[in-house]
Ligand binder design. Sequence first.
Ligand SMILES: C[S@@+](CC[C@H](N)C(=O)[O-])C[C@H]1O[C@@H](n2cnc3c(N)ncnc32)[C@H](O)[C@@H]1O
Length: 223
Amino acid sequence: MEEVTNEQAEFWSNVADKYDRVVDLQIGGKTRSMVRERVAREGHLGRLVEFGCGTGFYTEILAHKADTLLATDIAPGMLDVARQRVNAPNITFRAEDCQRTSLTDGAFDTAFISLVMHFTLPDQTLAEMHRILRPGGTLILVNLDPQVLKGVMRIRSLLRIIFQGLVGYRIKPPRGFGRNVLTEARLRELLGGSGFRVGSSEVIRDPSRSSNIPVEYVRATRA
Ligand SMILES: C[S@@+](CC[C@H](N)C(=O)[O-])C[C@H]1O[C@@H](n2cnc3c(N)ncnc32)[C@H](O)[C@@H]1O
């Protein structure tokens, strides 16, 4: 377990400067921008923590919605890129593993986690989200879901993700990389079992190609 986590940190640090270009080729060039537009429609998020902030693609808009934002990632290389990209007085950056953080119980009003769950043990990550959110706090989760696509399109989307990843990063991913992809139904089940109540789940998909993988934008409340 520890070993896999270290491999993840090393892999993501090594590809940090390529990530934004590669992920857009993998999942559709507008997908994350569409998610960012959805984040922009959020209300006040209070004391906010972001997990797996990566290159900081969402960090600035999140900071606008927050009193304070703790932006975290397991990979120091990703945090370096994010620090260069985003500068706001209410942001602190810190290395954290979202499955097992150093954060205090109930310390946050909102947690945001995008495109990270499938690289973790989801039940452990959700248990940690539950621990660090205050009762009634909000979890906003962006989840890849290939199951929304049918037949050939689903296969094509997965092949594109693998192909663009291999060609774009040119380094071997860690063992079991991204193996814990969750369908929406499974995610809902896990959220319920981890003490969350799902308030809404919206499918966001870049329509420019029929093989662009959809993502779900899920808002859940810590019971
Ligand atoms: C696919 S990128 C997503 C980045 C960004 N959130 C986005 O949506 O574009 C996955 C990110 O999660 C980070 N990550 C992977 N495993 C993690 C873990 N256990 N805890 C925290 N971050 C993790 C990686 O370092 C990487 O920055």
